[in-house]
Design a protein. Structure first.
Length: 726
């Protein structure tokens, strides 16, 4: 006989595209699993997978249910609010609940082998040295470890392994003697936070007051502060404020390279536990941060995009630094925006969300202008550094040598002579982005992609930046046999080479994906810059974000002209953000900064609109244009992306979709169009662009398309609120 209240059927979310959940039978020998906990179940013929318990039922519309195989969690790993977030997010991004949840879970928790999360024990001493010395007379190794812990603890037993290979055993022996104890810490709490006693600017003070006023309810605040206006100080004081109420805080940054910097700045100012969370950590370490955030042990987590899903015991706010950054949008799998999910999460849990940027996204600005977001402006610099002067230099008139004009080189020389540092920014790595034949205009392209090959001199080969395939350098033109094959254009490698020829005594420090391959290398380069010696930094996009180089007095921007020919309606927004961000890095207290932009179009209206009016006015006029042209943020966009080896099959498939959409008056459909990279790794890539005045209409149509076109022969997926047409 059934026990009362014991359900028969368990509804389980799985990483499957075809159903929100599957029903399983709860066998007699298992207790009732918690909602939001993991179970092991059978999927298909004989695959065992991890699922998340959603709910229970007394009956199922299916017969012959498979039994739950095992219960992995005694307590839920996701609470009701977490599940609500995933439910709403899955609806929004048009994926199943299981797909959404399994996008969020750390890899450790998705494994069927249910290994416990590797928690670290941190050992510290108890009792006095005298007592320990007396009691450990006959155990010299134990005494040695005790003394080391006394000086350097708390420490993990791994970090004592240089004293004894059985350090973990010895620590336990010390604990038995009541001379040491272990604590489950993930990182060390800062016992004595540092107070620099900053005098807040009037802007900072006003912003902080607003944040504090609205600290305990849902609202979104746009902290719109120019470079050097002290956004971080506002973050820190707000975090301190929340911690007084025992609340936890999640801080998101756009990339791994920025986590140590912000982590350090915050950690030395708060008395609490902090952790970083990003893809560079081991699976175990990531699961550990999840666990500690959920149990409430960690006060502040600094994380990259996927950190948005971290469960917390008592989350008080989410701060998103550089909110305009495209890295917050996941570009494969479930294409979610961490920024938008933060707002959703704040709404569900009723806490504030703070979006910070020197160049807010037009979406966020539009909400601030319309009053949906609170607009907190920081317009003065904390150090009173003047804003840099900007020179537009005609790249064609100035005989560029390896990418830099003579005038630019002279400028660099004089800034270096004054003991300053210089940044040359170029969003293109390698030596040259093209290899061409002067006789027949053959251009080197990738066999598998619709893309030019980039020449890398140190490897002496050609590389496709889309699929990473490598090609040897042809001696003769494959088109006509001519020997006059040469590289065209400049990348960071060539610029750096030209600079080291010109300034042979000055360090040239390169930041790009070829030159910096590990976080350690990245850190070394940063330290070389921060040592303060004159140097030239050459970098790509990697460097445009948040890094603070206080000794920089000149910024040179090379080759941004491609943006003027882009078919992406956001190209000018991105360019304005980039130029404002990199320009903001120039300038010191005693030297007015300078920015040189090398361009073929120095008279382009874009430059004047941006530099004469400033970012905010520029953004407003662009928003007016967007409204007239019926583009986001005034309409809602989705892209249907499809790929296949057979281009005509692909075209046919998407055309069928267009026909299906024809009668829908609320959604306009553009396409089929080739993607920006029309072929990648032998697959042709095409897309449909769906634009609607109402989000509901757009979502309904996509829902219908998903039902209608479920033929698995063509791989296609939906990107809601796309940020690129790539
Ligand atoms: Zn040729
Ligand atoms: Zn390729």
């Amino acid at each position: 006989m059934q026990k009362p209240n014991r359900p028969d059927v368990v509804q389980v979310a799985l990483k499957i595209p075809f159903a929100q959940h599957l029903d399983y039978q709860l066998p007699e020998h298992l207790s009732t699993p918690p909602v939001g906990g993991r179970v092991l179940v059978n999927l298909g013929k004989n695959k065992t997978v991890v699922g998340i318990v959603l709910s229970f039922s007394d009956h199922s519309s299916f017969s012959k249910l498979k039994p739950i195989q095992a219960i992995l969690d005694e307590q839920a790993i996701l609470n009701e609010a977490d599940l609500t977030l995933f439910k709403q997010a899955s609806k929004y991004y048009q994926v199943t609940l299981g797909e959404m949840i399994f996008t969020a879970l750390p890899a450790w928790l998705k494994k069927t082998a249910n290994k416990p999360i590797p928690l670290q024990k941190w050992w510290r001493t108890k009792s006095t040295l005298e007592q320990a010395t007396e009691r450990l007379q006959a155990a010299p190794k134990q005494l040695e470890i005790y003394q080391y812990l006394l000086l350097h603890g708390p420490l993990t037993s791994q970090s004592l392994s240089h004293i004894s290979s059985s350090a973990s055993q010895i620590c336990k022996q010390l604990a038995e003697k009541n001379l040491a104890q272990a604590e489950e810490l993930c990182l060390l709490a800062n016992e004595a936070p540092y107070d620099p006693g900053f005098q807040l600017t009037a802007d900072q003070d006003a912003a902080l007051k607003q944040l504090k006023q609205a600290h305990d309810k849902f609202n979104v605040m746009l902290l719109d502060g120019i470079t050097g206006s002290g956004k971080t100080e506002v973050y820190i004081q707000f975090i301190q404020n929340l911690m007084l109420e025992n609340k936890q805080v999640l801080v998101l940054v756009p990339e791994i390279g920025l986590t140590p910097q912000l982590f350090q700045e915050i950690s030395q100012r708060i008395k609490g536990q902090m952790a970083v969370l990003h893809s560079g950590l081991s699976d175990g370490a990531r699961a550990r941060v999840w666990h500690h955030a959920k149990t409430g042990l960690i006060d502040v987590v600094v994380a990259t995009r996927s950190g948005i899903f971290t469960p917390f015991k008592n989350l008080g706010a989410i701060l998103i630094d550089e909110e305009h950054d495209l890295s917050y949008k996941q570009q494969d799998g479930t294409r979610y925006s961490a920024r938008d999910l933060a707002v959703l999460r704040g709404k569900i849990n009723d806490f504030p969300v703070i979006l910070g940027s020197a160049t807010p996204s037009f979406e966020s600005l539009n909400h601030a202008i319309g009053g949906k977001y609170k607009w907190l402006k920081l317009r003065s610099r904390t150090n009173n550094n003047p804003m840099p002067s900007i020179t537009l230099q005609n790249a064609l008139n100035n005989k560029p040598s390896k990418g830099l004009s003579l005038k630019t080189l002279h400028k660099i020389e004089s800034h270096l002579a004054n003991g300053n540092q210089v940044l040359v920014f170029l969003n293109r790595r390698g030596w040259s982005p093209k290899l061409i034949c002067n006789e027949c205009s053959w251009i080197g392209t990738c066999d598998d992609c619709d893309a030019y090959l980039t020449y890398h001199k140190h490897l002496n080969l050609l590389k496709c930046h889309h699929c990473d395939r490598r090609y040897t350098l042809p001696e003769f033109c494959p088109g006509c046999g001519s020997q006059h094959v040469e590289t065209l254009g400049v990348g960071t490698e060539k610029i750096a080479d030209g600079l080291s020829q010109h300034f042979s005594d000055t360090p040239i420090i390169r930041f790009d994906r070829d030159a910096v391959k590990t976080p350690k290398h990245w850190q070394n380069n940063l330290e070389a810059v921060r040592s303060g010696n004159p140097c030239v930094i050459v970098g790509t996009q990697m460097l445009s974000k948040g890094h603070d180089f206080p000794l920089l007095s000149l910024v040179v921007v090379v080759n941004v002209d491609n943006s003027f020919f882009s078919s992406d309606f956001r190209a000018t927004e991105y360019l304005a953000q980039l130029l404002t961000q990199v320009s903001g890095r120039a300038g010191r207290a005693d030297t007015k900064g300078e920015v040189i932009i090398q361009t073929q179009f120095p008279d382009h209206a874009f430059f004047h609109a941006l530099f004469d009016q400033g970012y905010e006015s520029f953004a407003k006029s662009q928003l007016t244009e967007r409204q007239e042209m019926q583009f986001p943020p005034y309409t809602y966009l989705a892209i249907i992306r499809a790929q296949h080896r057979d281009a005509s099959l692909l075209d046919h498939f998407l055309n069928d979709m267009v026909v299906f959409c024809e009668n829908n008056e609320q959604v306009s459909v553009l396409g089929p169009l080739p993607a920006l990279v029309a072929k990648k790794q032998k697959l042709h890539r095409m897309q449909l662009i769906l634009n609607a005045n109402q989000r509901k209409a757009l979502h309904l149509l996509i829902y219908q398309l998903k039902k209608q076109f479920n033929d698995k022969s063509i791989q296609w997926f939906v990107d809601i609120d796309p940020v690129s047409f790539d």
